[in-house]
Design a protein around this ligand. Structure first.
Ligand SMILES: Cc1cc2nc3c(=O)[nH]c(=O)nc-3n(C[C@H](O)[C@H](O)[C@H](O)COP(=O)(O)OP(=O)(O)OC[C@H]3O[C@@H](n4cnc5c(N)ncnc54)[C@H](O)[C@@H]3O)c2cc1C
Length: 319
């Protein structure tokens, strides 16, 4: 058992227990989100060097300050914990809300000054200290003060129900700094890009595709969007029109639970990997359902993509 020192009190941490689980068990009030090492809401600092696995996807600056993901670290020795100086949340207000489909909301937020990010990154949106959720940015960093999100409605979802039903124009939301490395860079405008998204996983991919086109990307771009049913392919019109305007852009809508005469029948990643068996030199972007993301990372690699050219965001739900 390890002892955790936090705010001048001591807490036990059982063998195999994460720091976050130990503190929550002992009723410490901490911010946390996905509990799977992705959203970074539970970031803390320690007096000793955290193990690599507890610093996954942190910046060099955060690593050098001994920052770590409390939901990941299972310490075997005593640790003193510190909160971060600031969690870097900024205010933004709601400037538009509209439905993209029956259960996908397009939410646009406006900041007081331009919000800097890379196309494809995600942020954490804070409803309250207890309800902080990650959402990918669907728009591009075009130096405007607005940012667009696509939010899927969950039956009893604490954030999504509130965003659909209560959040009103003019309301203020707290937004974290942008996170993640599933993003486009203008350093490779001539390379081929394969993008696979399921559900609202298409949101960051829309940002990436738009950004690539705005940068005059000349390599092939192929976006596969998967859904169970055709009404889930909520960007079909927009992406079809975009692909008609740009001869290097291809869009394939795929449905896995209905027989369609319009869309491909089957899973988006099955279709993508069978169409592109040789991905040597390609960049691959995958977002959405966590199992699909995991499976696609493996298959992209087996089809020849280099590990450093595979970018992904698994939309894990809070436990
Ligand atoms: C990096 C990242 C990026 C993300 N980007 C987006 C995005 O762009 N758009 C987006 O919509 N979401 C995105 N998500 C998911 C998002 O963060 C939330 O988890 C999601 O919106 C649910 O939040 P909620 O508060 O509405 O639901 P919660 O209150 O967290 O409830 C979700 C819980 O509801 C249960 N549940 C209810 N209905 C279902 C169902 N149909 N299937 C499975 N479980 C169900 C599950 O038990 C689940 O744990 C992202 C997640 C991550 C980690």
């Amino acid at each position: 058992m390890a002892i955790l020192k936090y705010r001048e009190r001591e807490y036990s941490c059982r063998k195999g227990e994460t720091i976050l689980a130990a503190l929550l068990r002992q009723k410490v009030d901490l911010s946390y989100g996905c509990q799977q090492g992705i959203c970074q809401t539970c970031l803390l600092r320690s007096n000793i060097s955290p193990p690599d696995y507890a610093q996954k996807n942190l910046t060099d600056n955060q690593r050098s300050k001994n920052c770590f993901l409390a939901c990941q670290w299972q310490p075997e020795e005593d640790v003193t914990l510190m909160t971060l100086e600031s969690q870097d949340f900024v205010n933004a207000h709601v400037v538009s809300k509209s439905l993209l489909s029956q259960d996908v909301l397009k939410l646009t937020l406006e900041f007081h000054k331009p919000f800097e990010f890379h196309a494809g990154q995600f942020v954490n949106l804070k409803k309250s200290e207890q309800v902080i959720r990650s959402y990918s940015i669907a728009s591009t960093p075009n130096y405007s003060n607005t940012v667009e999100f696509h939010i899927r409605l969950f039956n009893k979802g604490q954030f999504s129900q509130w965003a659909f039903n209560e959040l009103a124009l003019g309301d203020v939301l707290l937004v974290s700094e942008p996170k993640g490395n599933c993003s486009y860079s203008s350093e490779y405008t001539d390379e081929s890009l394969l993008l696979i998204g399921t559900g609202t996983g298409v949101a960051p991919l829309l940002g990436i595709v738009t950004d690539a086109l705005e940068h005059g990307h000349s390599g092939r771009i192929h976006l596969f969007h998967g859904s169970h049913y055709s009404e889930g392919l909520y960007l079909n019109t927009k992406l079809t029109q975009l692909s008609e305007k740009h001869e290097n852009l291809y869009y394939s809508g795929c449905v896995s639970r209905e027989v369609s005469a319009v869309f491909f029948n089957g899973r988006a990643n099955d279709k993508a990997f069978s169409q592109y068996p040789d991905l040597k030199g390609w960049r691959v972007f995958v977002c959405g359902n966590p199992e699909m993301v995991k499976d696609s990372q493996k298959r992209a690699f087996l089809n020849g993509a280099s590990c450093s050219h595979i970018f992904s965001d698994a939309f894990v739900l809070n436990e």
